[in-house]
Ligand binder design. Sequence first.
Ligand SMILES: NC(=O)c1ccc[n+]([C@@H]2O[C@H](COP(=O)([O-])OP(=O)(O)OC[C@H]3O[C@@H](n4cnc5c(N)ncnc54)[C@H](O)[C@@H]3O)[C@@H](O)[C@H]2O)c1
Length: 328
Amino acid sequence: MEKVRVGFVGVGGIANTHLNNISNHADAEIVAVCDISEDTATRQAEKYKTTAYTDFDQMLENEKIDALFICVPPFAHGDIEEKAAKKGVHLLVEKPIELDFQKAKTKGEIITQSGVINASGYCLRYLDTVQIGKNYLEDKQFAMVRGYYITSFVPTPWYRIKNKSGGQLVEQSTHILDLMGYLCGDIQQIQADMSLQVMSDIEGLDIPDVTSVNVRFKTGAVGHLDSSLIQHDHRMGLEILGRDFRLALDGTTLSIFEKDKMITYGSKVDFYEEQDNAFIKAIQTKNQDLILASYHDGLETLSKSLAANISNEKRSMVTMEEFYKNQG
Ligand SMILES: NC(=O)c1ccc[n+]([C@@H]2O[C@H](COP(=O)([O-])OP(=O)(O)OC[C@H]3O[C@@H](n4cnc5c(N)ncnc54)[C@H](O)[C@@H]3O)[C@@H](O)[C@H]2O)c1
């Protein structure tokens, strides 16, 4: 079988992980990298012995690319996805897939029409422990969900600017919001409260440093997600509670508590590697079902985090029905 020819657009932070995975993959090869920073593009091209571009259109025009990793910051997606999809290029788009719902929806429609394999970067879905939890919940009724994403400030220049990152919930804690949807089903309504409390001395920062989100699931179960960037360390996870059982994902470790027993599962996988391997395999076998987080799943999660931002601005609860109606 021929190797999958992979291109990259945006080769800063997270791209390093994917570049490393693809460079070590037996069935894939890196054929070009593109970054608007010439230094970054050149440095990565030298490291991975490939061709550097600073212009995405030129890369798409000149190179024969089967698959593209899109690792640009949230505000910088432009028309990368639609141009690539129209050329039949399979896509892995880092989360959050966009900042604008309508734009992302249109891109999603083009991706569907083009029939390319598509993935969004919700890598935690690929945790073996998340899959164990998902299977466990299959025949269970849960009543409450408690999520958290409590971490430190990210110094990259765009993260602190609301219209570039979307804020912490859209940009980072989205991983846990995504798992809440993946494990517990549709969220029906959202009420968010966000505030800038202790980080206002950081130059140019206009995003909240603490966020509290209440949700109601379609099933009637309730939940919340706490999100903050004011700590020195990183903690993320969620608890899902039903009558006499509790499932707790703490980082990548899952514990299942029942009345008389408790089992803990440590993860045995690298979830980024699992995600990237699934993407390459899906392309080779033309099987979108191998992808645990599609572009459309990314759109679902984006819409919940944008609805939370609206709820915070309006100081009132937002139903998803209302959100979709207002987005047109
Ligand atoms: N899945 C995960 O766990 C995970 C982890 C970290 C970051 N991310 C996501 O990946 C995305 C990128 O984050 P990062 O931390 O790598 O950011 P970064 O700023 O470190 O890197 C982004 C790179 O994109 C380049 N770039 C910007 N606009 C571009 C354009 N139009 N064309 C080509 N290159 C462009 C920049 O020059 C930079 O080198 C974000 O959406 C972020 O949320 C995901």
